[in-house]
Design a protein around this ligand. Structure first.
Ligand code: FES
Ligand SMILES: [Fe+2]
Length: 349
């Protein structure tokens, strides 16, 4: 099943992961070479030299250009050939495909679609990653499944009760019904748990001793960014100063039909100088996401074996069903010659 929305921005990596050395990346089944020029500009070209098809990721950066490592042809960030060793004349048509690249929210974003449709306004609003009042722990987790299964997983946290008992899951998550709504193309799923036992993770991060009022508000910023606004306060207090407020941001990068990278950030607005807490959060989050890997790979395997079968939708899947509808609409629009409305979806908050 190929279900890629190409006219969109995808985060290729964190900005601090991109250095001058070209890196091979696969996004939507396309092979790219990402690099940073001497003046610090992030750029991406097809990972295939037009000369004899050597991977550009095996080359190097010289000044503002990428140099093929095989016979030394050079291309600028726009993909125009600027040097062919031993040849004076460079035919005007000598080019490599260059992808539009923007750095925003500490991430390197690549536009995989028609360059004429590029719109920076379509990059999701991830303001917590830039705000000095928030601190983030970041990472990347790879899953052996189609990207939409990971969207399902993040929108429906019912599974945390069963899969993540040792960290974020509690009995009350699965037992508390959700509400879901669609505003424009943003689908939001909300679960409010009053007077509930804190999860082990919340006990550690929030220092809670008694019961808490806990919330989870999750939205899909299409095509593939899922933001979880989650937190808790001591039960009955509504006291944000004694509670925790977090955003778990997942920017999904479909690698191929059955592989997806979750570029994630866990942002919090408390204990900003606590490096020990950073380490604890990183360990817990990696442990938590790793618990999903086997389930998602198993779902993928089962789907591939049963292409004709439809999945069952339970009440808790209301948001998942709406999100899939949005994704289907975006897929149709993506294939149309030009999207009628290319304005940025309004953030949920
Ligand atoms: S293959 Fe790149 S210069 Fe020859
Ligand atoms: Fe999970």
């Amino acid at each position: 099943m190929t279900n890629f929305i190409r006219n969109a921005w995808y985060a290729a990596c964190w900005s601090n992961e991109l250095e001058r050395e070209p890196q091979a990346k696969t996004i939507l089944g396309e092979y790219l070479a990402l690099f940073r020029t001497e003046t610090g500009v992030a750029a991406a070209v097809e990972d295939c030299c037009p000369h004899r098809f050597a991977p550009m990721s095996l080359g190097s950066v010289e000044g503002e250009n990428i140099v093929c490592g095989y016979h030394g042809m050079q291309f600028d960030c726009a993909g125009v050939c600027v040097d062919i060793p031993g040849q004076k004349n460079i035919p005007g048509r000598t080019k490599i495909r260059a992808y539009p690249v923007v750095e925003k929210h500490k991430l390197v974003w690549v536009w995989t679609g028609d360059p004429k449709r590029v719109d920076e306004g379509l990059i999701p609003d991830l303001r917590w990653l830039d705000n000095p009042d928030w601190r983030s722990v970041t990472g990347t987790t790879r899953y052996g499944c189609n990207w939409v299964l990971l969207v399902d997983n993040l929108l429906d946290l019912t599974h945390t009760t069963f899969v993540h008992q040792s960290t974020i899951g509690t009995e009350d998550v699965a037992n508390t019904p959700v509400t879901s709504e669609r505003t424009g193309d943003i689908v939001t799923v909300t679960r409010i748990m009053k007077d509930t036992e804190p999860s082990n993770f919340y006990k550690r991060v929030g220092g809670f001793e008694g019961k808490i009022d806990r919330w989870q508000k999750i939205w899909l910023d299409p095509p593939s960014t899922v933001i979880i606004d989650a937190g808790g306060v001591p039960a009955g207090t509504n006291d944000k100063y004694r509670g925790i407020d977090t955003r778990i941001i997942s920017i999904l990068k479909p690698v191929d039909d059955s592989t997806v990278d979750q570029i994630w950030a866990f942002a919090r607005d408390t204990c900003l100088d606590d490096a020990d807490l950073d380490a604890d959060i990183e360990k817990s989050i990696i442990h938590t996401f790793n618990e999903d890997i086997e389930f998602l790979a198993g779902q993928q395997r089962n789907m591939e074996k049963r292409p004709e079968r439809k999945m069952l939708n339970n009440t808790a899947d209301s948001g998942v069903v709406q999100a899939r509808r949005v994704i289907d609409e975006w897929l149709v629009a993506d294939m149309a010659p030009a999207r009628s409305d290319t304005s940025a979806p309004a953030p949920a908050e």
